[in-house]
Write a protein that binds this ligand. Structure first.
Ligand SMILES: NC(=O)CC[C@H](N)C(=O)O
Length: 193
């Protein structure tokens, strides 16, 4: 669990409730020991600055490029995107997902909303999704696949191999199917190594 900033405590609780062995990651030595990573929601520009100053950004870029399974929610999706539209000056991401994301795509905090999403890989029922100053996938590159869209077609969940990103916050509802989907990827990859 990347624990530089944001709502990482909530994710840790969810992952532990699903039986995962979780550590918090703040330094390169910890990055070396993990078999999967969740990047929480928060503020991506701050997470980026902290990741670079704590020296974990390069270590994470290398692990992600090497196939580490990662699940990013909200600001975490921004950190996983290869391209950021409307980032603050000089804002960087770890990259990995062949997408461009637009930050704060729905406007200010007051424009936060909830929606029920069909997510075919998770089956029924639809996922109740909470969007808080959420980003969206503005461009889906050829290597990435959409997992869920809003009614107007806006992509809000995406997958590329063992990388998953969602614009919304499943750790804030009682529906942990995305976390389980991620843990299944971690288990499958660990057993294939
Ligand atoms: N809830 C969130 O993670 C919001 C993301 C935030 N707006 C950002 O740009 O990083």
């Amino acid at each position: 669990m990347l624990a530089l900033q944001g709502d990482f405590r909530e994710h840790v609780a969810v992952l532990r409730s699903l039986g995962a062995d979780v550590i918090t990651v703040r330094c390169p030595e910890e990055v070396a020991t993990i078999s999967g990573l969740v990047i929480p929601g928060g503020e991506s520009s701050v997470m980026d600055k902290l990741a670079r100053s704590f020296g974990v950004a390069d270590a994470l870029k290398e692990r992600i490029a090497g196939g580490l399974p990662v699940y990013g929610t909200c600001a975490g999706l921004i950190m996983l995107a290869d391209r950021i539209v409307d980032g603050i000056r000089g804002q960087q991401s770890f990259g990995g997902l062949d997408v461009a994301v637009r930050r704060n795509a729905f406007g200010a905090q007051t424009e936060s909303f909830e929606a029920d999403l069909d997510v075919p890989v998770l089956g029924e029922p639809p996922m109740h999704a909470v969007f808080i100053r959420a980003p969206v996938v503005a461009e889906l590159g050829a290597k990435a696949t959409a997992l869920a869209t809003l009614e107007d077609g806006t992509v809000v969940a995406v997958e590329q191999g063992d990388l998953i990103g969602t614009s919304f916050h499943p750790e804030m509802t009682a529906d942990y199917r995305f976390h389980q989907y991620f843990l299944d990827k971690v288990a499958a990859r660990s057993s294939s190594l």
